[in-house]
Design a protein around this ligand. Structure first.
Ligand code: 2HA
Ligand code: ZN
Length: 270
């Protein structure tokens, strides 16, 4: 049996946490990631049938029963993941219709999964219905997107259009746009349900005055989505207080749609 620390998905998870920390998106214990794995991927890395302990979740996600997730730990710092992956990460199997998670590896100091586990698992269930190859839910606190939620309307169409107008490639990378939740108490089932609902129609969900959720088929895709939206927000924060002389017109957005074979969210372009 191979050491799970040598698994490609583990290397990628550790690299991603480090990279996100280096981007300044995950101060202190900010942010969390969950990565869906299948049994074949993990079976060569030790006896995944043996549960170290069972951790109650406080919610139900029957769609995820029997599924495996590599997930960041509650209270853990992204900056430390690379130095102690077995303390800061855990591999869990969802059982009992989502009511419990069996810990198979990690959280070696007695810890447990992120406080945002409800939002993660409910969002996985939601995204899998739209895209069966979705594997990643990623949450972080990107500076400019967060700043933008203080000065820009939270109307989803207006918010999306502003981001699309900030860099040419935005509409190509997230033609589905970004959905937005108003400020809500984090770490609760309620924000989990609301996030999962928003994930039905977009892979990016802004939590106003808090941060961002991204979904993707792999860690790179979820990271790239967040990176692109954050870049757009950065441009916005640089120019919002200045007179606007030029923009990307809807006519030009339609050219991008045609050239890159993407379809902008229905009703978002004139
Ligand atoms: O715990 O980002 O939303 C880390 C968080 C909570
Ligand atoms: Zn957060």
């Amino acid at each position: 049996m191979k050491d799970i620390l040598t698994a490609p998905f583990m290397a990628e998870m550790i690299r991603t946490c480090t990279n996100m920390y280096d981007h300044g998106w995950d101060e202190r214990n900010g942010g969390n990631i969950s990565l869906l794995l299948n049994e074949a991927e993990i079976s060569e890395y030790g006896d995944v049938k043996r549960a170290l302990r069972t951790i109650p979740t406080g919610f139900e996600t029957p769609e995820l029963d029997g599924k495996y997730f590599l997930v960041t730990g509650t209270g853990k710092y992204f900056k430390n993941v690379q130095y102690a992956p077995d303390v800061n990460l855990g591999l869990v199997k969802i059982i009992d219709g989502g009511k419990n998670a069996q810990l198979l590896w990690g959280f070696a100091d007695g810890g447990k999964f992120t406080s945002e586990f409800p939002a993660h698992m409910m969002s996985h269930a939601s995204r899998l219905k739209v895209n069966p190859s979705n594997k990643v839910i990623m949450h972080c606190h990107p500076t400019n997107l967060l700043a933008m939620t203080y000065i820009h309307t939270l109307d989803e169409k207006a918010f999306t259009r502003t981001l699309w107008q900030m860099c040419t490639e935005c509409i190509v990378v997230f033609p589905d746009g970004v959905n937005v939740l108003p400020w809500m108490l984090c770490g609760t089932n309620e924000i989990g349900i609301a996030t999962a609902e928003k994930m039905r129609t977009a892979r990016l969900v802004v939590w106003a005055q808090h941060g961002l959720y991204g979904a993707g088929a792999d860690l790179d895709e979820a990271f790239g989505l967040i990176e692109t939206a954050e870049k757009a927000a950065e441009i916005y924060m640089k120019i919002a207080h200045l007179p606007l002389v030029n923009t990307i017109t809807d006519e030009e957005m339609h050219q991008l749609e045609a050239h890159f074979g993407v379809k902008a969210r229905e009703g978002y372009l004139s």
